[in-house]
Ligand binder design. Sequence first.
Ligand SMILES: [Zn+2]
Length: 165
Amino acid sequence: MKPLSADDIRQCIVNASRGEALRMPLPGLHEVIWEQREYLGWRDPRAPLRGYLVHWVGDRPVGIVLRASSGRMSPGIAAMCSLCRTTQPSDQVRLYTAPLAGQAGRDGSTIGAYICADLACSLMIRIMPPPSAVQPDPAAVVTARAEGLLERVRSFTADVAKTAG
Ligand SMILES: [Zn+2]
């Protein structure tokens, strides 16, 4: 993805107040390897259930605030992230809810999705599969996963943003 500046991020959050967007902690943007990211996701170190996800739609950044459920899924079972579709141990996937944009969100409406707990889908999809008869080219597998991830992230944030006033 194209790099995001701190201003890009603070101005693009569709489902938080201006004040919340100004106060949110940002990750170390200089340390991000942008070409290996479909979206930038991070957890709030001061409010561990809070998370943020920002990506580009064309030349416009779109970001959302998320809240992780405090309950965990049963241990010992597998769970799938709905964005990157990676199956992992259930404690590495969380149910996140996002307030809807605008009045709907202020009235308490949210939508939820199971997402990698650390919001690092881009790392998960880059774990290369071993070459096999059906998938002889691991790099092509990663490219296809990246396209699918981007499409699902865009659809999720579009659902959050569509109630914006
Ligand atoms: Zn994921």
